[in-house]
Design a protein around this ligand. Sequence first.
Ligand SMILES: [Zn+2]
Length: 175
Amino acid sequence: MKESGRKQGALSPCAACKLLRRRCALDCVFAPYFPADEPHKFSCVHKVFGASNVNKMLQELPEHQRSDAVSSMVYEANARVRDPVYGCVGAISCLQQQVDVLQTQLAQAQAEVVHMRMRQFSSTRDDNPASASMNSASPSTSRQQFMTNSQTKSLFSMDMVVDHANNMGESLWSC
Ligand SMILES: [Zn+2]
């Protein structure tokens, strides 16, 4: 997060004061977080929260927390503009659904592993003693069999879901 939005020696107002058409004082509470070269950041936050509320929230916070508060407000405002009904909650519930899907896939994969181990265990017991002792002597063989099994392909389809989550997070943070 940029701490100084005001260019040294320049008298140009910060993005907030420019939009509100007021004089940007030296101790302007908005100036460090809403630089003039990012006007959309403040206009979005102003549209959703209102400048006086943003001012109040920043005044009530210690300075070291203001940057994080602004990031959060920008994120929430972007989400609200994009999805006027659900805002951030839409993104959260979407991610929650992805977590549920991935947890189900994980549980299925774990069940598959248990099932395969059981099957292998029963087949080694049924085999003749010579091959049974060979299997137990080389655990890497059973692992290779597991990795090349076509059923395990379904485990990697979750990459797509994770990529989708990343794209969404990235686009909401910037403006
Ligand atoms: Zn200002």
